[in-house]
Write a protein of this length. Sequence first.
Length: 222
Amino acid sequence: MKYITIAIDGPAAAGKSTVAKKVAQVLGYTYIDTGAMYRAFTYYVIKKGLDPKDEEASNSLIPEVDIKLINDGRVICNDEDVTQIIRETYISQNVSYIASYKKIRLALVDLQRKMAKNDSVVMDGRDIGTYVLPNANIKIFQIADVRTRAVRRYEENLEKNIITTLGEVEDDLRKRDYIDSHRDFAPLKPAVDSILLDTSFLSIDEAVEAVLNIVRRKLGEN
Ligand code: CDP
């Protein structure tokens, strides 16, 4: 059986995970949230009392970190359910340091590739189309203007009882986008063969429909 892979990349809070999750649901594919894996690693580094800005100290945890993405959306890190806590502001503010360390990326990319091996998947992240799954059947680069992204994330935070101001959220997105797109290894950038999807003026349902149209068109072509 031939498995289909859909890569959705883009800057922080562009709505990738919301859209990717729904597209996966409609198509009956598995959704893989790679950002949750970097967030879980960051959580573990901080929990162990280490500084996420310290590359060597963070790398030293690679052999003992065990991250699992469960199909129902839960994220498990070394037997602890970290689904909620990895969305907290202190994780968002540190995750881009952890994600810039090559050894940690290689360990997590290895897991991501294994997950996509025996399944049709929708995988979202920053380097899926460029590095993790360079042969993905469909590659989408999802963007939205930074103010729209900040408002969306601010509202998501409110629903999750994460207390932030809109200004703090916007600063965090800008800072992460800068670090993510300027790191040496597998930076955030559109794959040359990706399709740009600007969701600034699209509702969630419209964005999902846009992705499904791209998928139908692409798969119909082959
Ligand atoms: O949901 P949001 O857009 O805030 O971010 P996320 O997808 O949860 O990713 C959190 C962070 O993980 C990003 O800012 C990147 O630093 C890192 N990341 C990455 O480097 N590569 C990926 N494939 C996914 C996430």
